[in-house]
Write a protein that binds this ligand. Structure first.
Ligand code: MF3
Ligand code: CO
Ligand code: CO
Length: 331
């Protein structure tokens, strides 16, 4: 395993010069973004107008398990392509609002309104009782962070996970952004995570084993000294938000299942700067790393075609949301 050559800002002492080159002491500059993320105030759930079609759990909070088939009909796939593209547009709109000082609750309002404006229901809202319309996961939060009154700090990294329900199907996509000036090691983490998803997508084709997906992700992450979170996985998606089909992000050679044309599922690797083990906050949603170090994530929904796959959560302009990664990151 090749440890990253980039300096680790968590090893900076309070009086050391900040990594950003300001000449100020770390403690007076970017240290606040390395304080542990703490739960803040969660505002009441927002309502969705009556004319918007609601998923079955919207009023009960139950997670619907309907035994949906892994291979979808042409009709479901057509609807998923439209919903996936709309989900990508919502993700872009919310991501464009990221700036130091904005609260994750304000990002939730933007997601909620943009989802409705797109004619859809924000799938996270009341899914298993989740209280908000988007997941916002900052720094050491791995996934399922609940939007609250915490303002984004210059130096943070933040993942936005948008899922939209429209025409009876879900489109699920997420990306990670850098907030203001972010240290090179965190930027490298974000870039490598994005590359993990790109490499995994390139492996998807009918007749191939599912375990290739986890293999390429784990190989790429570990080549940079990073860890793959095991506890949260990709999933079948369609008329149900999470169906039975499981997509591992690490290599399990015993997983002999084979990819088939017409399957729709997500790949959503969560990559850790340090150890991959997680723990849960008392809210039973927020997953954080046990060692407190940062993680990044990217997610797309895919449909398996006759000779590969199509990413159905692509923005109409073809570009991915989130931090593109930069060539000045060394490895
Ligand atoms: N969008 C997440 C995923 O990628 C699931 C969020 S569930 C919620 O699977 F309830 F937290 F919204
Ligand atoms: Co997902
Ligand atoms: Co998601």
């Amino acid at each position: 395993m090749n440890r990253s050559a980039l300096p680790d800002p968590t090893r900076l002492r309070a009086n050391d010069p900040c990594f950003c080159g300001s000449g100020r002491k770390f403690k007076r500059c970017h240290r606040a973004s390395f304080d542990p993320v703490r739960a803040a105030v969660v505002s009441p759930p927002r309502s969705v107008p009556e004319e918007i079609e609601r998923p079955p759990y919207a009023d009960t909070g139950e997670r619907s398990v309907r035994g949906e088939p892994d291979v979808k009909s042409a009709d479901v796939i057509e609807r998923m392509r439209r919903t996936g593209s709309a989900a990508a547009e919502v993700l872009r709109i919310v991501g464009d609002a990221i700036t130091p000082g904005i609260t994750t609750d304000e990002l939730d309002v933007i997601c909620h309104e943009a989802s409705i404006a797109a004619g859809g229901y924000p799938s996270p809202l009341n899914y298993g009782g989740f209280p908000k319309s988007v997941c916002t996961s900052v720094n050491e939060v791995i996934c399922h962070g609940i939007p609250d009154s915490r303002a984004l700090e210059d130096g943070d990294i933040v993942n936005l996970d948008v899922t939209l329900y429209r025409e009876g199907v879900h489109g699920d996509t997420n990306a990670t952004w850098c907030v203001g000036t972010v240290d090179p090691l965190s930027r490298q983490l974000v870039r490598v995570t994005r590359e993990c998803l790109e490499k995994a997508i390139a492996e998807v084709a009918p007749g191939r084993p599912f375990n290739r997906i986890g293999r390429v992700i784990q190989e790429h992450a570990e080549a940079h000294g990073f860890g793959v979170v095991r506890a949260f996985i990709g999933h079948g998606v369609g008329e149900t938000f999470h169906s039975d089909l499981a997509v591992l992000h690490y290599h399990d050679p015993r997983d002999t299942r084979v990819i088939a044309e017409g399957m729709t599922f997500t790949i959503e690797p969560m990559i850790a700067l340090g150890d991959w083990h997680h723990r849960m906050w008392d809210d039973d949603w927020t997953a954080v790393t046990r060692d407190g170090r940062r993680t990044a994530q990217f997610e797309h929904t895919l449909v398996v075609t006759s000779d590969g796959c199509d990413v159905i959560t692509l923005h109409p302009d073809g570009a991915w949301s989130g931090e593109p990664g930069s060539s000045d990151d060394l490895t």
